[in-house]
Design a protein around this ligand. Structure first.
Ligand code: GSH
Length: 225
């Protein structure tokens, strides 16, 4: 039976990009449905009624939501180019770091981005502490997955790009090459990998989008004080 694989996404969603990269790494053909999040399609609401968010992968009519859950599904369904290691402890460790990226790293970096002045300086402290853990985890490895891009790289991959966008918008260095040599090298190696590079949204469009998002968040925070 011919496989039917559909991906509901937006052009800029960092979470959806993880899925794009995973499908490309596995060499899976799929159809893309671009959503307008201000006017979500009935299909998206039907496939992800709980969160109503992208990405959603629909495989032979069956939906899977939440990007990290989708990555695991992809890895279990198409065995070529494995994303997770085989050993149970190594698999658990990979899931741990992906979760750490989600729970701690992303939110602490985002906090630096949407704050200003003294509050921003304060927000830098936990952000740098979290990045230090990632720096340690990269010791002796090119990618979090070892020699090749794996589950943790895809989970954190967006962050590599996001940090440099945010640094440009805010005019602040977060991942300093001297303090974080391994993380800096990883960000470069990840961004330069052909599958990643070829599926990255245009940087100038992202700058405009994230600048607007930052401005709106700052205005909303000031209004609620
Ligand atoms: N935890 C989710 C996050 C997905 C997410 O936040 N998607 C955003 C786009 S980047 C979205 O669909 N937002 C629509 C909404 O919040 O209504 C995942 O990993 O898939």
């Amino acid at each position: 039976m011919a496989e039917e694989v559909k991906l509901f996404r937006t052009w800029s969603s960092p979470f959806a990009l993880r899925v794009v990269w995973a499908l490309k790494i596995k060499g899976i053909d799929y159809e893309t449905i671009f959503e307008d999040l201000s006017n979500k399609s009935p299909s998206l609401l039907q496939y992800n009624p709980v969160y109503k968010k992208v990405p959603v992968l629909v495989h032979n009519g069956k939906p899977i939501a939440e990007s990290l859950v989708i990555l695991e599904y992809i890895d279990e369904t198409w065995k070529q180019a494995p994303l997770l290691p085989e050993d149970p402890h190594e698999r658990a460790t990979a899931r741990f770091w992906a979760k750490f990226g989600e729970d701690k790293v992303l939110s602490s970096i985002w906090s630096v981005f949407i704050k200003q002045g003294k509050e921003q300086e304060e927000a830098m402290v936990p952000a740098l502490e979290n990045l230090k853990f990632l720096e340690e985890e990269l010791k002796g490895k090119k990618f979090f997955g070892g020699e090749t891009i794996g589950f943790v790289d895809l989970a954190l991959g967006w962050l590599g790009n996001l940090i440099s966008l945010l640094e440009e918008i805010v005019g602040l260095k977060v991942v300093d090459g001297e303090k974080f040599p391994l993380l800096s090298a990883w960000m470069q190696d990840f961004a330069d990998a052909p599958i990643i590079k070829d599926n990255w949204p245009p940087r100038d469009r992202m700058i405009v989008k994230f600048q607007a998002l930052r401005d709106a968040t700052i205005v909303a925070a000031a209004a609620s004080k």
